[in-house]
Design a binder for this molecule. Structure first.
Ligand SMILES: Cc1cc2nc3c(=O)[nH]c(=O)nc-3n(C[C@H](O)[C@H](O)[C@H](O)COP(=O)(O)O)c2cc1C
Length: 193
């Protein structure tokens, strides 16, 4: 039986982004577990700001279709978000909004199991953005979002040179959350009884 495919991406394309560091670390940890990890960057999925007129004239951009394909082909999705003014950054919200407008077989937001990560140089670890992302995915799009989530506070100091979290217990919590994601993704995809 195949291993569950887990897609991972961050809501920032900034050089040195902490949320991208968390996405990369999650992909590294996933590669050590029983799954097929796929790490992408939204830098490779450039989209204009959503505009209903643009959609009516041209339909969703190719990047939105590609992102939607990545999601529908995944059994699990780990999204690592930064926090902008207590919310999800526009890059991530825009990508989700466009992907939600792509028509195709199946529902890319209802098929995989989602898991949320958040980072911030501040003390709350992007908690408020994580709650907004949960609302968008679960309430807005009907996604199954794991209760377990990962928050990295003090992100500027949190990562070691090799990309691991300096705090071993935090890294173990990340690992445990990813194990749950794999397990739930496999169950939902019918890969495990
Ligand atoms: C417009 C803007 C608003 C921000 N608002 C918050 C905020 O509400 N809470 C927070 O913890 N950090 C906030 N920050 C700081 C970001 O957490 C910080 O820039 C972080 O490095 C961005 O994520 P990244 O490293 O993944 O690019 C804000 C940054 C910007 C540019």
């Amino acid at each position: 039986m195949r291993a569950p495919k887990i897609l991972t991406f961050a809501g920032s394309i900034r050089t040195g982004s902490y949320s991208a560091s968390l996405a990369a670390l999650a992909a590294k940890e996933l590669s050590l577990l029983e799954c097929e990890p796929v790490l992408i960057s939204l830098a490779d999925y450039p989209m204009p700001i959503y505009d209903g007129d643009l959609e009516a004239e041209q339909g969703p951009p190719e990047a939105a279709k590609k992102l939607r394909d990545q999601m529908i082909n995944a059994d699990g999705v780990f999204i690592s978000t930064p926090e902008y003014n207590a919310a999800v950054p526009p890059l991530l919200k825009n990508a989700i909004d466009w992907a939600s407008r792509v028509k195709g077989e199946g529902d890319a937001f209802r098929k995989p199991v989602f898991c949320i990560g958040s980072t911030s140089p501040g003390g709350l670890g992007g908690y408020r953005a994580s709650m907004m992302l949960r609302q968008v995915l679960a309430l807005g799009l009907g996604a199954l979002v794991l209760a377990e989530q990962v928050m990295v506070a003090g992100a500027a100091q949190a990562f070691a040179e090799n990309g691991d979290l300096k705090d071993e217990r935090a890294q173990e919590r990340l690992r445990a959350t990813l194990r749950t994601l794999i397990e739930q993704a496999a169950l939902r995809a019918g890969l495990r009884a």
